[in-house]
Design a binder for this molecule. Structure first.
Ligand code: C2E
Ligand code: MG
Ligand code: MG
Ligand code: MG
Length: 277
């Protein structure tokens, strides 16, 4: 009896696995050409300075409106793009589009020429080694001032071969853009990593921000990240600020910048420009 159940169970799991693989293959096929068909677009989440409460810039976040399945989360399709290699054409397109939008902001709002745009870049884009050329090309084609472009990399992208990562990041920074470590605190690298990898900023992961009011450990860790980063001359951004209390405590602890639903949701570039009015 157990054997039969085990067998059925096995068959069930492999079928479930086949379906998962099939879904992935379909998604990969659908994602191919999605940018050209206009199914992918960028939305912008405002980022504010904590000391003055002023708008400092925005993070570009990719959205996919699938013609049949509707909106698909980037946490799902970015992974597919990364695994399949599609990110190698999508990545540069995203970089360029974000630069174009940031140029528009300042063309239509002269006061906006100090605003940055922050673009997420996947580990594969860095590892392939030509990210700095892609960035330089996007800047040259659009005319965006390099200091206005920030590149966000997750900790996992720079873990492992630190020497190579440092070389690539150095090359990237020599284009004049700023490099931020995203989802900081969730990886295993820890604070000591910051000494060896040249970055301009860290983004404290929202899982820490979520608990700064409730969990003394998360508050202690967040405070330590801020102090350590500042001692190294690194900017600190808090992500996922959903409550006024979180905003207040982060400001009190000296955090430099913040973003989150309490401050503003991701929005179209048109809506972002309305915000500038
Ligand atoms: P991320 O770079 O850490 O982006 C922050 C995510 O948190 C975004 O999710 C944003 O919508 C969400 N968020 C912002 N404020 C809040 C808040 O107050 N509460 C909560 N619960 N969430 C908040 P999103 O847009 O779904 O993106 C997920 C991830 O997908 C991003 O995480 C980033 O790693 C990746 N991603 C998005 N766009 C791109 C892209 O163009 N290229 C690459 N390589 N990755 C991207
Ligand atoms: Mg990010
Ligand atoms: Mg993040
Ligand atoms: Mg995240």
């Amino acid at each position: 009896q157990a054997k039969v159940a085990g067998k059925n169970c096995h068959r069930f799991y492999s079928r479930a696995m086949d379906q998962a693989v099939e879904r992935r293959v379909h998604m990969e096929q659908d994602l191919r050409g999605a940018w050209e068909r206009g199914e992918l677009s960028l939305v912008y989440q405002p980022v504010f300075g904590l000391s003055d409460g002023k708008l400092a810039g925005a993070e570009a976040l990719l959205r996919w409106q699938h013609p049949e399945h509707g909106p698909i989360a980037p946490s799902v399709f970015i992974d597919v793009a990364e695994q399949s290699g599609l990110i190698e054409t999508l990545g540069p397109a995203v970089l360029r589009a974000a630069c174009v939008d940031a140029m528009r902001w300042s063309q239509e709002h002269p006061g906006a020429d100090g605003l940055f745009v922050s673009v997420n870049v996947s580990p594969r884009q860095l590892r392939n080694g030509d990210l700095s050329e892609q960035v330089a090309q996007a800047l040259a084609e659009t005319g965006l001032d390099p200091s206005r472009l920030h590149v966000e990399l997750t900790e996992t992208a720079v873990i492992g071969d630190e020497i190579r990562a440092s070389t690539l990041l150095g090359r990237l920074r020599s284009t004049g853009v700023k490099v931020w470590l995203d989802d900081f605190g969730t990886g295993f690298s820890g604070l000591s990593h910051l000494r060896r990898v040249p970055v301009d900023g860290v983004k404290i992961d929202r899982s820490f921000v979520a608990d700064v009011l409730r969990d003394p450990d998360d508050l202690a860790l967040t405070t330590a990240i801020i102090a350590m980063a500042h001692s190294l001359g690194i900017t600190v951004v808090a992500e996922g600020v959903e409550k006024e209390g979180q905003y207040d405590i982060l400001r009190e602890r000296g955090c430099d910048l913040a973003q989150g639903y309490w401050l503003g949701h991701p929005m179209t570039t048109q809506d972002f420009m309305r915000l500038l009015d």
